[in-house]
Ligand binder design. Structure first.
Ligand code: ZN
Length: 198
């Protein structure tokens, strides 16, 4: 026998697809949502709708923004000759929170993973190479310390070395398998300061 209404089941099913949400949490959220006043639920659906409609990739660094250029790329005081390569916008946010990095970024939107069938052509590498046609002094590879992150770092290093541009990798202060977005600011800065040439 079906305990929930079909509509609630559908909602649970959708919520369960979100990262980090298990079946129990999805059920809690679904019951909570339908118990709320309709205005409140409308605000939530409008927020989701607007975020999706108005967010796109920055023309330069490909992080998510609601303008043509993100706030970092728009900032005249940032050093455009130093590009830090990160896997996703959350990693960029983690480094921005330290307030100490003065260069710009490039967001790959993923990492190379032969196991998952994600190749170099599936992440934003072509766009990175195009950016190197501008005046660039250093590319700092700040991908995660996971197998995928390391594979991607090696690939980038091989790709860029022939151009003569300096390629560095953040130090191993970032624990192996550690996701950059969860690492504290002090450790992130230490990893950045201790970067080594690839
Ligand atoms: Zn940008």
């Amino acid at each position: 026998m079906e305990i929930n209404s079909g509509y609630i089941n559908k909602l649970i099913e959708e919520l369960e697809r979100l990262p980090g949400v298990g079946n129990k949490s999805a059920q809690r959220m679904a019951y909570y949502i339908v118990s709320q006043p309709v205005e409140r639920v409308n605000r939530l659906t409008a927020a989701i709708d607007n975020a999706k409609k108005n967010t796109h990739y920055c023309e330069k660094c490909l992080t998510l923004t609601d303008s043509n250029l993100c706030s970092v790329c728009r900032d005249e005081t940032r050093d455009k000759k130093t590009i830090m390569v990160v896997e996703n916008p959350r990693d960029l946010a983690a480094y921005e929170k330290t307030g100490k990095y003065k260069g710009v970024y490039h967001v790959l939107h993923g990492a190379i993973s032969p196991m998952l069938g994600i190749g170099p052509g599936d992440i934003k590498l072509k766009e990175l190479i195009t950016r190197l046609e501008d005046d660039v002094d250093e590319v700092i590879v700040a991908t995660n310390a996971s197998l995928e992150g390391e594979t991607t770092a090696m690939y980038i290093s091989k790709l860029i070395k022939p151009t003569g541009i300096k390629v560095t990798r953040i130090a191993s202060g970032v624990p192996v398998g550690g996701d950059i977005e969860y690492i504290d600011e002090v450790t992130l800065l230490r990893a950045l300061d201790g970067r080594v040439e690839l």
